[in-house]
Design a protein around this ligand. Structure first.
Ligand SMILES: *Cc1c(COP(=O)(O)O)cnc(C)c1O
Length: 501
């Protein structure tokens, strides 16, 4: 299987190249040239195996330049029961009523309590193997822009991995206290964490600029290093996310919730458009998904895009209680546009140029029609997010985090407006304990303690749920990183950290 760039179809690379490079020379993203297609019999076979078996089959079909042993080794190490608490890394909680059927797919049982672990526990294995195939013994320098969860999950995945160096940039006022503490206390000899004076989009743009800066790239090459990315622009991040949609479907069949062949919907709390795009790939491979419900917080650029066909980032940026979705430039939308335009690289390049120069673009009527056929966009502000957490807890005894609550709220808007009763998988993307203040405030009437860990303990006592052990342990860890820099200092910080200024 080969991969093209969304901005230039003449770029053709192997899976290993796509993963080690992260992003194409001209700034495009790598997309598979064709998708493996699964029949009902293939789905049945997937349903008869476990998560690891499903991951090996699906990832093997995409990573044709990897051996079966390499894939097995990567999957077995990444999804070991010690890391995710059980052999099924992502169990489902069902909440059903007269009008709604929700399957909450809990993707946050990994080491950093957010769904990013599902991909970032395996990416280091895929990346180091890809580097060996394509770049000899060069060192991979991983630059990460994070809205909170990717940073920690990438640090945890890459810490002390031979042949890698990882640097994470996060918006200084744009992450939760728990997220900040997770990153500031990170262990490992090859890690660095820097706050930037700006928002997530500034961090992401800054990282993309460094990736495509010829001078900096040359400096790295002269020192036997190569940039790569752990953000969801990397195909190696997206691919593992396709697996859990298939796995959820199989589990629902096995648990008697649906019959094989039945359609489901998928509702995803969306930021960079990676998670929901993985579901879209799953559908195009044969998974019976009818509708993709794209849920945003007050940064509702995607809601407007799906409803109008115009993507316009020129708007107020809100800092919300669901910080991992505080994004106005959703990188992975570029891949969707490529597929919806019938792989029109020139068109995609034009949209992206317009976005970077004018802050907006408008798709043609036929693309808008395709978009509406599959996607439904909705949004939910902080007040309604809190209300949804409170209702879910009081009525269903289910404790949701702020991001998952946005998806539940938007799914309910969708069900009420359309009357669609199709069983819907809701991506539950983080542990409520990562956002203790907002969640405790939603379920308790008492005055909140001011200390983060007191809030965590109060939440546990109030709801009779367990604090994930790695979060509880943060209280006593030493802070190692507290540097802040300006956005335009990022290139110097990177070179300085690598010792090659
Ligand atoms: C990253 C993240 C999201 C957004 O996912 P995308 O793939 O960027 O759309 C939603 N919720 C949580 C908790 C996250 O960490």
């Amino acid at each position: 299987m080969k991969y093209n760039s969304t901005r230039n179809k003449n770029t053709v690379v192997s899976a290993a190249q796509a993963i080690s490079q992260g992003i194409s020379e001209e700034g495009g993203l790598f997309v598979p040239q064709e998708l493996p297609k699964y029949s009902a019999d293939d789905l049945k076979a997937l349903a008869q195996t476990d998560y690891k078996g499903r991951a090996k089959k699906i990832m093997g079909d995409y990573l044709s330049d990897f051996t079966a042993e390499e894939i097995s080794e990567s999957v077995d190490a990444a999804y070991a029961a010690e890391k995710f608490g059980s052999d099924n890394p992502c169990p489902i909680s069902y909440i059903e009523s007269k009008d709604t059927k929700m399957s909450l797919l809990e993707l946050w049982h990994g080491p950093t309590s957010a769904f990013k672990d599902m991909a970032l526990q395996i990416l280091p294995h895929l990346l180091t193997k890809s580097m060996k195939k394509t770049a000899g013994d060069k060192k991979a320098v991983i630059l990460v822009a994070t809205s909170g969860d990717t940073g920690k999950a990438a640090l945890e995945g890459f810490k002390d991995v031979d042949g890698t160096e990882i640097m994470v940039f996060y918006p200084v006022d744009g992450v939760s206290p728990m997220q900040k503490r997770q990153m500031a206390t990170q262990k490992g000899e090859n890690v660095n964490v820097i706050a930037i004076k700006g928002n997530f989009d500034d961090a992401q743009t800054g990282v993309k600029k460094i990736f495509t800066n010829a001078d900096i790239k040359k400096k790295l090459a002269d020192n036997s290093m190569l940039f790569s990315s752990a953000n969801s622009i990397n195909w190696g991040r997206l691919l593992p996310q396709i697996v859990y949609y298939f796995s959820a479907y199989c589990d629902m069949v096995n648990e008697g919730k649906i019959n094989l062949g039945d359609k489901i919907n998928v509702a995803v709390p969306t930021g960079n458009f990676g998670n929901i795009l993985a579901a879209f790939y799953a559908m195009n491979m044969g998974l019976p998904i009818a509708k993709f419900i794209c849920a945003s917080n007050s940064n509702n650029v995607l809601t407007d895009f799906i409803r109008t066909g115009t993507y316009d980032r020129k708007r107020k940026f809100y800092t919300t209680i669901s910080p991992s979705m505080d994004i106005l430039v959703s990188s992975n939308l570029e891949r969707l546009l490529y597929h919806l335009t019938g792989c029109n690289d020139a068109k995609v390049a034009e949209f992206m140029k317009s976005l970077s120069e004018n802050g907006a673009y408008t798709v043609d009527a036929d693309v808008k029609a395709e978009l509406e056929k599959y996607f439904w966009g909705g949004c939910c502000d902080d007040e309604n997010t809190v209300k949804t957490i409170s209702e879910l807890y009081k009525e269903e005894n289910y404790l949701a985090d702020t991001h998952t609550a946005v998806a539940v709220n938007v799914y309910k808007q969708y069900a009420a407006q359309t009357g669609d009763k199709t069983p819907t998988v809701i991506a539950s993307t983080a542990s409520p304990y990562k956002f203790a203040k907002a969640v405790l405030g939603a379920v308790s009437d008492e005055t909140l303690p001011s200390d983060e860990f007191e809030m965590v303990n109060a939440l546990s006592a109030k709801t009779n749920t367990t604090v994930p052990a790695p979060l509880a342990a943060l209280k006593d860890l030493e802070e190692r990183f507290n540097t802040t820099c300006e956005v335009d200092e990022m290139p110097q910080v990177v070179l300085g950290s690598l010792g090659i200024c």
